[in-house]
Design a protein around this ligand. Structure first.
Ligand code: CUA
Length: 370
């Protein structure tokens, strides 16, 4: 027994691209042009890095690259999602249409395929060309650097080295300085694990990799004080691995460098260990050293650095000083200059904020532990 099908309602299937295709295209194009002008001419500081924030020639070219990608990224998003929504609406199933109704099958649209292949290809080739030119400027600059500096990452601070400076400066106690208006080369490496040197106002970050030297070439363009961040997770205290970069006039920079030379020379002078107080040293140890060391056995309770019980009579520790048992003077020297070697790295006295008497007290305390 068969049922009589209800009379089919009048269904109007849209033809071609549908009735609203041209208006919808015009609306999306207007939106895209408006966004393009907004990206290029409005100070959209909450969305885009602002020009006043940029502090180097590299930042200006990277911002340009970013704006280029934003303009075309927005256009592609608007067209793709706009047409998807439009076609889904125009060719929706009408009331009364069977759920088994299929749309008009379409195979091959050579013209469309040609354009949707060619246009993205052109866009990507242009983007590649722009990217390579910016990359070349940062890695292989046309002009020789007027100043070469070195940055070494340590768990968890930055070491800065300068030509003519017989020693290193460490964050956060010391700042990195650069003169503006001169091309500089920044060589970056690491003493322990992989870090990443990042100055947001330069729009550049580069990995600090042990056993490898990476570099950035740029010309700072304005004076200011900028944050240096480690932007690659490197251990428990990654979040506090920060520093400051001071960009100043070449004259001010030269004055600072001269003063830093004096500071480093004074810091490596000899320290009188007489009168060191082990009790005071114990307190200093808990304040300044306990984040990385404890007073336990050399390696059985290692935190970041080794445990310092028996520092003067444990056979594992002479590695610090050419296979000889450390003397109090050796310990003082390591506290003054810091240490980089087979069992890790420790910043110098400036980075750790140690005065002469702090060092004398710490040595007295560490010697008393044996
Ligand atoms: Cu160093 Cu994260």
């Amino acid at each position: 027994m068969s049922q009589v099908a209800p009379s089919a309602p009048q269904i109007v299937t849209p033809k071609g691209l549908g009735p609203g295709f041209i208006p919808v295209t015009i609306v999306m194009t207007v939106i895209n042009i408006a966004v393009m002008f907004a990206v290029l001419y409005l100070p959209l500081n909450f969305l885009l890095p602002s020009e006043s924030n940029a502090a180097s020639d590299s930042a200006v070219s990277i911002d340009g690259l970013f704006k280029f990608m934003t303009v075309f990224g927005v256009a592609i998003t608007v067209y793709v999602s706009g047409y998807t929504a439009y076609f889904a609406f125009v060719f929706r199933r009408r009331p009364g249409e069977s759920i088994y109704t299929v749309g008009v099958p379409i195979h091959d649209a050579p013209k469309l395929e040609f354009w949707w292949t060619l246009l993205p290809t052109i866009l990507l080739v242009v983007l590649m060309g722009l990217t390579i030119s910016v990359w070349k400027q940062i890695q292989f600059p046309d002009t020789a650097a007027a100043l070469t500096t070195e940055v070494v990452g340590h768990q968890f601070n930055w070491e800065f080295r300068y030509p003519g400076l017989n020693g290193s400066l460490y964050s956060p106690t010391s700042e990195m300085h650069l003169p503006y208006g001169k091309p500089v080369k920044i060589l970056v490496s690491s003493a322990d694990v992989i870090h990443q040197f990042w100055v947001p106002e330069f729009r550049l970050k580069v990995s600090a990799v042990p056993g490898m030297v990476t570099q950035l070439n740029l010309t700072p363009t304005r004076a200011g004080r900028f944050d240096i961040s480690c932007s690659e997770y490197c251990g428990a205290n990654h979040s506090i691995m920060q520093g400051s970069l001071v960009v100043e006039s070449p004259d001010a920079f030269n004055k600072w460098l001269a003063a830093a030379k004096v500071q480093v020379a004074n810091a490596s002078g000899t320290i009188s260990l007489a009168g060191g107080d082990p009790g005071v040293g114990k307190t200093t140890f808990s304040q300044k050293c306990a984040a990385c060391h404890n007073a336990g056995g050399t390696f059985d309770q290692k935190i970041v650095g080794p445990g310092l019980l028996h520092v003067t009579d444990d056979p594992a520790h002479p590695k610090l000083v050419d296979d000889k048992p450390p003397t109090p003077e050796d310990i003082a020297e390591i506290l003054v200059k810091g240490y980089t070697g087979p069992i890790g790295a420790m910043p110098n006295r400036q980075a750790n904020g140690l005065s002469d008497s702090d060092i004398a007290n710490l040595v007295a305390y560490l010697v008393s532990l044996k």
